[in-house]
Design a protein around this ligand. Structure first.
Ligand SMILES: Nc1ncnc2c1ncn2[C@@H]1O[C@H](COP(=O)(O)OP(=O)(O)OP(=O)(O)O)[C@@H](O)[C@H]1O
Length: 265
């Protein structure tokens, strides 16, 4: 597996290469088996000068339930914007969108999300809105922490955790709320290798424990594709390709190779 990172090329403009047919057919599967589906979705912002600036252009993709998908692309290609739309934090201007609910967004910096003094309190924090008994809360917190391999840390003060452990607690918080779609924004950017692998494996184990949960993971690290069932590749606000992880890996590597050939020729 090529260990190169997209970040290495992300500040450069890749050459325009022919794009293989990549848009999903509307008949790509049973609609109930799709966790995320969008067709011709557009998102624009209004600039201070009152002009419309397109951020996402005609994005179409479908992600089956129960799978881990990665979302890749150079800086500024629209990954975080797309993820925020899937999370319901932004609204598209045009197009069709369907995301299974409940859904949860996990931020890049866990300090923005893990806020309670102990691990168990933090995971229980979002459950107050559900009118659950004490025993139900305790059982949900235990199951969620078990799924991300953090059960032994139940009583730990959160400030004693590593970045990767905090990420896993943030994911457990989403699981405790019975979320069906996990939207994960560059969780491993600031982590060392051990924490990086720990967080990815926690997500994989979570998905293995329930066919109901789907995860979409934004990353710059091409090597993380090894853990994915599928992937989406974006450039300049467009979904260029989506499908099985190895095809996306081949596509990105070919694009990088063509770019390097172009600058040295
Ligand atoms: N509120 C906003 N106002 C102006 N421009 C915006 C706004 N939100 C996003 N953009 C622009 O839209 C484009 C896509 O941004 P986005 O953050 O989604 O990209 P990204 O692929 O997640 O980038 P990165 O990998 O650097 O995090 C960028 O050019 C960004 O500057």
């Amino acid at each position: 597996m090529n260990q190169s990172s997209l970040a290495a090329v992300s500040t450069f403009k890749l050459p325009v290469l022919p794009i293989p047919h990549s848009h999903p057919s509307r008949n790509c599967g049973n609609i109930d088996n799709l966790a995320i589906e969008c067709h011709n979705m557009c998102y624009s912002i209004t600039t201070k000068q009152g002009r419309l600036k397109p951020i996402l252009k005609d994005c179409s993709l479908s992600i089956p339930s129960g799978q881990l998908w990665m979302l890749l692309g150079p800086n500024g290609s629209g990954k975080s914007t797309l993820l925020k739309i899937f999370a319901g934090l932004l609204n598209p201007n045009e197009g069709f969108l369907r995301v299974k609910k409940p859904r949860s967004f996990v931020f890049q910096n866990p300090d923005h999300q893990v806020v309670m003094p102990t691990v168990k309190d933090d995971v229980a924090f979002g459950l107050s809105k559900f009118n659950l008994t004490y025993d139900e809360i305790r059982s949900r917190v235990a199951r969620a922490l078990d799924a991300v391999g953090m059960y032994d840390y139940l009583q730990r003060p959160v400030q004693t955790l590593s970045g990767g452990q905090k990420q896993r607690v943030a994911i457990a918080g989403a699981l405790a709320e019975a979320c069906k779609v996990l939207l994960l924004d560059e969780l491993t950017t600031f982590l060392d290798e051990a924490d990086q692998v720990g967080v990815i494996k926690a997500v994989k184990n979570t998905l293995a424990s329930s066919e109901e949960i789907t995860a979409l993971w934004v990353t710059h690290r091409l090597e993380e594709l090894e853990y994915a069932d599928g992937a989406v590749y974006m450039e300049e606000g467009k979904v260029i390709m989506h499908g099985d992880a190895s095809s996306i890996m081949d596509f990105i590597e070919a694009r990088q190779a063509a770019y390097i050939k172009q600058i040295y020729s």
